[in-house]
Design a protein around this ligand. Sequence first.
Ligand SMILES: N[C@@H](CCC(=O)N[C@@H](CS)C(=O)NCC(=O)O)C(=O)O
Length: 239
Amino acid sequence: MELYLDLLSQPCRSVFMFAKLLKIPFEFKLVDLSAGHQYSEEFGKTSMIRKVPVMKDGNFVLTESVAILQYLVQKHPGPDHWYPADLQRRARVNEYLSWQHTNLRPHGSKVFLLKHFYPLMMDAEAPPEKMDAAMEDLTKSVELLESFFLQNRPFIAGDQISVADLVAIVEIMQPVRSGVDMFEGRPKLSAWRDAVKKEVGEKLFAEAHDALQDIGGSMAKVDKAYLALLKPHFMKVFA
Ligand SMILES: N[C@@H](CCC(=O)N[C@@H](CS)C(=O)NCC(=O)O)C(=O)O
């Protein structure tokens, strides 16, 4: 199996950690987003969507991190808690997986893009009113993760970790690694983060988030032609 990934991307990190945790053998195919490799002819042959992650299992190509996680869970059944067979516990996992697409994931991304891509494209820091509006959305999502999805449970689906927690942690780490600490003043959420890290293992967690550690270095090597290609799309996101 091949996984096309760039660990700067949240959905890639959840797929990467899950495959490692279940000891699923795979070849790591780097698609360097900051160099614009998703637009290469070669990657276009693998996925015309031109986004990562992508999984290739023999001749079968699958896009979308949630679909990939669900495929892996079924192909390599591991401990039940990752995607519980119990109807209602599985529904809790699916509830988060459905919600995040239009909430924590885009809201975390927007703060990240305003912090790192806006200055690259506009030669100026993001205007405070744009950052404040993005922070307001992100804060609402984080509050819902804490008060609705976790409530008083250690993990989203109950007492044990599931793929929903993997998806949530990578999403919240995106702004955190940009210096926006969403855990500050939130002891319940911080306890959840520590519990997820413990289940994943510090080493794997760090390996998955290493690329984000040197975000300045990654930004410095962003390909200028790629920036020009992305600018019209980003202008809509920034508007
Ligand atoms: N809904 C998709 C999102 C995939 C996605 O947006 N990937 C981004 C990285 S986080 C990407 O490849 N962007 C490249 C581009 O738009 O040029 C998933 O969950 O897999």
